[in-house]
Design a protein around this ligand. Structure first.
Ligand code: UDP
Ligand code: MG
Length: 341
């Protein structure tokens, strides 16, 4: 059976059982240290919530190519608790791809992506559900206090949100990470979005609908270390900007126009000056400055063009965003209609 046939069969069969109220999506990559603490804290917390979801939730891990004991820990947990399951990707595809895989497989009426390190407090989930029941379709978490992040990380994050929102038509809420509640309606839209370049925060914001915020403080990571160094964050920022805005492409025409006007005025000036006072040979410094400045401006604009062309290439190739290697538990053994195969 080809992948497509299998996909159709599953869609035709429909969901095997009634959809859960809530799916917690947990991307994990080499998190053997964090998983036991996570389950110990989150499962009782969800069970005790004052919401119908407390009796009807599922926890879907997306194993993003872990090379440690992460998967066997999840397998053990899933064997004793059918509400826990996992999609294991065939290799590391990155967090955005992992979230895409999770959204494609989540069955809950509300879906919350949640980091396993619990830097975002799981207690906020109850508050998110409350706002969702009030009729909001997206309830995003906003970090009021980022003192657990280092100063340079805070500053660059701040700069990024500003730059993104200044350049792009689709604004993203400041200091909102991936921790947010998504209504099924929003999930279905995200599932139909075909782009390979998946800057999730931008995609969520783009869908619109009624949105509300829940404020919380972000804690330190308890076990293990962050997977996002500055280089990865920079790449993520480029993905976000290039997918949300074409201003970086257009700005060069305006800059070129301005320089051209300046050059014309200057040309008129030196021609007049030469006519009046004769030929003036010195000028090496100004020549060098002009050549080097324009040369670097051209290289930068070429680089920006390259960023976009590279992304177009990735889109055109149309490869799947992720590949499922293994499914663990009943929770993971369903696939719903989406355009990501
Ligand atoms: N993660 C992932 N794939 C990756 C990198 C990270 O699934 O390639 C997961 C990781 O296991 C964690 C979440 O994404 O659950 C957030 O990662 P991390 O805490 O390292 O990021 P930070 O909180 O520093 O932004
Ligand atoms: Mg973290």
């Amino acid at each position: 059976m080809t992948g497509n046939e299998e996909f159709r069969r599953r869609v035709d069969d429909g969901p095997a059982r009634e959809a859960a109220e809530l799916t917690l999506l947990v991307p994990v990559m080499n998190e053997e240290e964090a998983i036991p603490a996570f389950l110990e804290r989150v499962v009782p917390l969800l069970e005790k919530m004052d919401d119908p979801a407390s009796g009807s939730f599922e926890i879907l891990f997306i194993d993003d190519g872990s090379r440690d004991e992460t998967l066997s820990l999840i397998r053990a947990a899933s064997a004793t608790d059918p509400r826990i399951g996992a999609i294991s990707l065939s290799r590391n595809f990155g967090k955005e791809a992992a979230l895409t895989a999770g959204l494609d497989h989540a069955q809950g009426k509300a879906v919350i992506p949640f980091d396993v390190d619990m830097q975002d407090p799981p207690e906020a989930i109850a508050e998110m559900l409350r706002k969702w029941r009030e009729g909001n379709d997206i309830v995003y978490g906003v970090r009021t206090n980022r003192s657990s992040d280092s100063l340079p990380k805070r500053l660059t994050a701040d700069l990024y949100y500003r730059a993104h929102n200044a350049l792009s038509h689709d604004k993203i809420p400041e200091h909102a990470g991936d921790f947010r509640l998504l209504d099924r309606k929003v999930v279905e839209i995200i599932k139909k979005m075909p782009e390979r370049n998946r800057f999730m925060t931008g995609l969520f914001a783009w869908t619109g609908f009624r949105q509300a915020a829940v404020e919380y403080e972000r804690a330190e990571r308890e076990d293990g270390t962050s997977h996002f160094g500055y280089w990865k964050l920079w790449t993520l920022a480029l993905d976000g900007l290039t997918s949300a805005s074409t201003v970086p492409l257009r700005v060069w025409s305006y800059l070129g126009g301005l320089i051209a006007i300046g050059t014309l005025i200057f040309a008129g000036f030196i021609v007049a000056k030469t006519l009046i006072t004769g030929i003036d040979v010195p000028g090496y410094a100004s020549l060098m400055v002009a050549v080097l400045f324009l040369g670097s401006v051209q290289l930068i604009s070429l680089g920006v063009l390259g960023e976009y062309v590279g992304r177009i290439l990735r889109e055109v190739k149309g490869r799947p965003i992720y590949i499922v290697g293994e499914r663990i538990g009943e929770v993971a053994d369903r696939r719903t209609e989406s355009s990501h195969f």
